[in-house]
Design a protein around this ligand. Structure first.
Ligand code: DHB
Length: 266
């Protein structure tokens, strides 16, 4: 999974761009990236290692979304993730709150790529299921839930906001209950698969997301806090959990918490 790629190189916001807060990380990078042309060189090296690459991408206009996605698709990324929900860049964050625009961009991109297309949704909306349905109607193959939650921190000595952009996106454990609720709501409203992300750092977090309805997971902030071993630890814990409870496939527990609710007649 890459940091989001845009059409042109982009420096992003000046520092400070990342700050540790209780229960997570706050960041406002401003979508820094080397641009799609440079990224295609990096992609060739990644492909040499045989690693599946999912490219996150964004645009400032519909045409840019389409152009970046087409180039990534032609160059052979394994899947695409449409970032319509960066909280720190004007225009991109706004898009994620507008179901009609999400559907239009999804449709336009889907029409010119031959790779699976996931749409990453923002938690900064009052009805995430509505945006999820719009992406589904636009032809998304899956939904990633969720991007970061708008948040801020203030330095009490300087008496100023810490991030140069003032407002940033909150990730990590503090985001998890919100993101889990988003996955839950989406699972009840859409048919396409959901990729859960937001504060997953232990196998218990992973199981919660699967039970809420995610059928794949992403891990980001936990890598910065716990290191790369987090993947092995989560996989081992998940395996133990499944053996203990007699599950053979991860798919058996996807959305299972919803069924319990029905059985209890609530
Ligand atoms: C940035 C982008 C995101 O999609 C996000 O969730 C947080 C920060 C950024 O580059 O600023």
């Amino acid at each position: 999974m890459t940091k989001s790629i845009g059409l042109r190189p982009r420096e992003g916001h000046p520092n400070p761009t990342v700050v540790h807060v209780e229960g997570g990380l706050l960041n406002a990078m401003g979508l820094p990236n080397p641009g799609v042309e440079h990224f295609l060189g990096e992609l060739r090296r990644l492909k040499d290692w045989g690693i599946p690459v999912v490219a996150s991408f964004f645009g400032e206009t519909l045409e840019e979304f389409v152009e970046v996605a087409s180039r990534l698709s032609e160059a052979g990324v394994d899947a695409l993730e449409l970032n319509c929900s960066c909280p720190n860049v004007e225009g991109v964050g706004v898009l994620g709150g507008d179901p009609g625009a999400v559907k239009r961009v999804t449709e336009a991109v889907k029409g010119c790529v031959d790779r699976p297309l996931f749409v990453k949704l923002s938690p900064n909306v009052s009805d995430i299921a509505e945006v999820g349905r719009a992406a589904e109607r636009g032809g998304a193959d899956g939904l990633t839930a969720v991007n970061t939650l708008r948040a801020m921190a203030i330095d009490v000595e300087a008496r100023r906001p810490i991030l140069s952009n003032v407002i940033g996106g909150l990730s990590g454990p503090a985001l998890k209950p919100v993101a889990l609720r988003c996955v839950w709501e989406l699972y009840e409203e859409v048919e396409i698969p959901i990729i859960g992300c937001g504060g997953i750092s232990t196998w218990r977090d992973a199981v919660e997301y699967l039970l809420a309805g995610a059928s794949a997971l992403q891990i980001g902030t936990a890598i910065m806090i716990r290191g790369l071993r987090v993947f092995r630890e989560i996989n081992m814990g998940l395996r133990r959990y499944m053996e203990e409870w007699g599950f053979k496939e991860v798919s058996e527990i996807v959305g299972l918490a919803h069924e319990t609710r029905i059985q209890q007649g609530r």
